[in-house]
Structures are given as C-alpha cells and as structure tokens.
Write a protein that binds this ligand. Sequence first.
Ligand SMILES: [Fe+2]
Ligand SMILES: [Fe+2]
Ligand SMILES: [Fe+2]
Length: 278
Amino acid sequence: MDKEKVIQMLNQDLEGEHAAIIQYLLHAYAMGEGEMACEIEAIAREEMRHFDWLAETIVSLGGTPTIKRGDMRTGSKTVTDWMKDDVQQEQDGITMYEKHIKAIDDPKVKRLLQRIISDEKSHRDDFKHFVDKAQREGLTDLRGSQEDNVTKVIDWGIEHEYTVILQYLLQSYMTPKEEVREELQDQAINEMQHLGWLAEELVGGGGTPKIEHTAVDKSNKTADMLKVDIDIENKVAAEYDRAAREIEDAKLKKLFIRLRDHEVYHAEVFSDLLKEEG
Ligand SMILES: [Fe+2]
Ligand SMILES: [Fe+2]
Ligand SMILES: [Fe+2]
C-alpha cells in the first residue's frame, strides 16, 4: 500500500479521535462536578494522546494532519443516552482501526493502531459501566438555555480557545524548530485548561457550550506562525481584560483576569521565539 493511502487512513482516524475528544468533553462539562465527569475528562485526555500520536505519524510519513472533525453524537437528551452514544463512538472507532490494521502493511503504524485499539476497548467498557451508573444515580443534564452578555463573552472565549488549541497543535506538528514545537504544545495544553474552565462556567451559569472553532492558521514558515499567534494572543488578552473590567460577578472577574494574564504570557513567549527566529 502506498504512503498516500496510509496517510489518508490515519487522517480518517484523526478525525474520529477529534470527534471523540469534543463529544466526551461536551458530555463531561454538561454533568458538572462529579466523579463520572472527571473520569470522562480523563478518557478525553487519552484520546488527545491518540490524536497526538496519529498526527506525528502522519507528519513522519510526509503528510499534513487534518483538523477536520468527524461526526459527533451530541443530540441525546439524557446522561444515560449520552453514555450509550459514547459506547457507540468507541465501537465505531474500534471497527475503523481494525479495518485499517488489516489494510496497512507498515509494522510501526500497525503497532500504533493496535496500541490505540486496546485503549478504545477499555474506554468502551468504561462507558458501558457509565450507562448503568447514570441510570442508577439518575444523573441529569445541567445545561440551560441562558443567553446574556456574560454567556456571550464566555461563548466567544470557548470559540477562541478551541481555535488556538487546534492552531498550536497543527503548528507544533509542522514546525521543524524543536523549541517552538515544545512551546506550542505547552501552550495548547494551557488553552485546553482555559476551554475547560470557560465551559464549566458556562454550564454553571445556565448556558450550553457548543465548542466550534473559527479559521485556523495554516502558515508553513515558523516565523509566520508566530506572528499570527502573537496577534491572536494580544487580541484575546485585550478581550479578556475588557470582560474582567465589565463583569460584576467576583468569581468570573477573577477567572478572566487569570485568563488575561496567561494570554499576555503566551504573547511574550511567542515574541521571544520570533526574535530568535530573526
Ligand atoms: Fe482514541
Ligand atoms: Fe487561552
Ligand atoms: Fe493563549
């Protein structure tokens, strides 16, 4: 089988991981604080590791990792049904990986997919267990339909955070500069934290997170990537600063100040890297 075909399959797997991550996060956020939500977030983090391994394998084969997201199951109304949807999501993943393992000859890629499949089987069993647990404990959807100026700015923040997560990850795979790559991955993890804080705030305030992104930069040159990133960080820092000043709720105010400070830090880190780029 030629490389192009392998890259195509791995990108398909990447889309599936991407969908699983967001689907599970949406479910975890909508449950509020609790043991099960934590366990689901932990599963989403394992999917992020799969995403990372697949993307790096795609790059090592000479391909470009896609940031397209596969189909998500998010229409269900009860926690029990969400967990059934997550079982199905895992099952679909397993079926796809099995197909790809059969089709691909490269022993290294085969081994990676085998490794991932063993996680997915374990996740599938976890979600099956959560179906029973959700039923037993009568867990409910905590989301509401609140839409006001506060939920609007949180929504905007979530959209920003999701966009930069994808952007920094993609750039980290594409840059040949080791130091830049490490910083981008670090900041992407930090932006994931931001996404989580904002989504939990939104649900706590009676809103419903959507988790959609805007255009992701596709520069090939490291200096161009950093310029775009500095620009976006400065913009979001200003926006969070404005939100911190306007919002009256003390807890939210503190959150936006913390976010602003992180984004200012990101802009500075990227600016230093850009200087080194010359
Ligand atoms: Fe996965
Ligand atoms: Fe952020
Ligand atoms: Fe940032």
